[in-house]
Ligand binder design. Structure first.
Ligand SMILES: *Cc1c(COP(=O)(O)O)cnc(C)c1O
Length: 389
């Protein structure tokens, strides 16, 4: 289907962008191009530019068009994982001696990549609470800071940072403002529209949405054509591309993103409220609760509050461990964003790599990825686990 440039709404874009039917057979779903290479019509006679699948594959191209359309970017690149996407971006724009400012509770793997891999390479970083604009302003080093890395809502503490204000700060400083939009997904938050330069995704999470594929993506804002071109070259030359079947699964997941995020948000709010009433829970970290310090800002820059809920247990580490091992529908596993509910103990699981650093997660914190099961079953599971404390 040829889509008009403007006026197509989010859920329609999610289903149709990059998804033209197969012209040979009329198949409504474009085929999975499970091929490594392409026949040339004479030397250099490429069909639609396809030469070798590290450089390009139609199934990946379809996903990239879909991602760019959803985030409002000029171009998207699909990678083998979220971290592969982050690595390709940072490797392209940073040089030894450069400095990066990152949120103090970003995804543990992002912190590890910047500290351990780029640190060895001579890139310095400062971690800062990105919900505090003055702290961010203070952390920027004139001339050497090249990237401001923002994650909102943050993982796992669910802090909300003001994307528009940070983008303005970054603009004034002449640096690249990158927003990891994994937790909200473009269905709930579109950072490029708020002024971000690049959006990062672990498509493993809500975009894929079914816990059956690992992938990552970068989406570039208008004005970042040159950066997009250079990162595209890094991807081609270094090779961390997504395979055709992974790209297909991600595209398939994205088609239901809008309805899934609505249900994730509804279920998460009900669970956050239930947890908030319980004496064993000292704090519920969910931006949908009026008591959350970022609630008003989240209501402004997001169109829903998402499916991630963290809780701080009054009984500390012992209570947190007991809760995590007591739920049954909420399965104990890393990752998030799938249709099924998961429970995670960040300090020993997703965020074990930041133990002992400034980004350490308290041992009393539990993170829930609330799925789209029947909410009454989820609430019963939570009640039963709380009764164990
Ligand atoms: C999972 C995750 C990543 C890393 O993505 P992978 O696909 O696991 O490499 C980055 N950022 C956030 C917020 C994540 O949740």
């Amino acid at each position: 289907m040829d889509l008009p440039e403007n006026g197509i709404r989010f859920d329609t874009r999610a289903i149709h962008a990059g998804q033209a039917f197969d012209p040979t057979t009329g198949a409504v779903i474009p085929p999975i191009y499970q091929t490594s290479t392409y026949v040339q019509d004479g030397i250099g006679g490429l069909r639609n530019g396809y030469e070798y699948s590290r450089g390009g594959n139609p199934t990946r191209t379809a996903l990239e068009s879909q991602l760019a359309a959803l985030e409002g970017g000029i171009r998207a690149l699909s990678f083998a994982s979220g971290l592969a996407a982050e690595d390709a971006l940072l490797r392209t724009v940073l040089r030894p001696g450069d400095h990066v400012v990152i949120g103090n509770d970003v995804y543990g793997g992002t912190h590890r990549l910047i500290r351990r891999i780029f640190g060895d390479w001579g890139v310095r970083h400062t971690t800062v609470d990105t919900s505090d604009l003055d702290a961010v302003r203070e952390a920027l080093e004139l001339g050497t800071t090249k990237v401001l890395w923002v994650e909102t809502p943050s993982n796992p503490l669910m802090k909300i940072s003001d994307i528009a204000a940070l983008a303005e700060l970054g603009d004034e400083a002449g640096i690249l403002v990158v927003v990891d939009n994994t937790f909200a997904s473009p269905a709930l938050q579109q950072p490029i529209g708020l002024g971000a330069d690049v959006v990062v995704h672990s498509t493993t999470k809500y975009l894929g949405g079914h816990s059956d594929v690992v992938g990552g993506a970068l989406v570039f804002a208008e004005g970042q054509e040159e950066v997009a071109e250079r990162v595209g070259f890094t991807q081609f030359a270094a090779g961390a591309v997504s395979g055709p079947f992974d790209a297909f699964l991600t595209t398939r997941g994205i088609k239901t993103l809008g309805v899934r995020m609505q249900r994730h948000s509804q279920n998460a709010l009900a669970i956050a409220r239930r947890l908030d009433e319980h004496p064993a829970v000292s704090r519920v970290l969910y931006p949908g609760l009026e008591s959350h310090p970022g609630h008003a800002l989240a209501a402004r820059q997001m169109s829903g509050f998402g499916g991630m809920v963290s809780i701080d247990l009054a009984g500390g580490a012992a209570a947190a461990r007991r809760f995590a091992e007591s739920t049954r529908l909420f399965q104990l596993a890393e990752s998030l964003g799938g249709v099924e509910s998961l429970v995670n103990y960040p300090s020993e699981m997703t965020h074990a790599s930041v133990k002992g650093t400034e980004a350490e997660v308290p041992e009393s914190i539990i993170r829930l990825s609330v799925g789209i099961e029947d909410v009454d079953d989820l609430l019963a599971d939570i009640d039963a686990a709380l009764a164990q404390l």
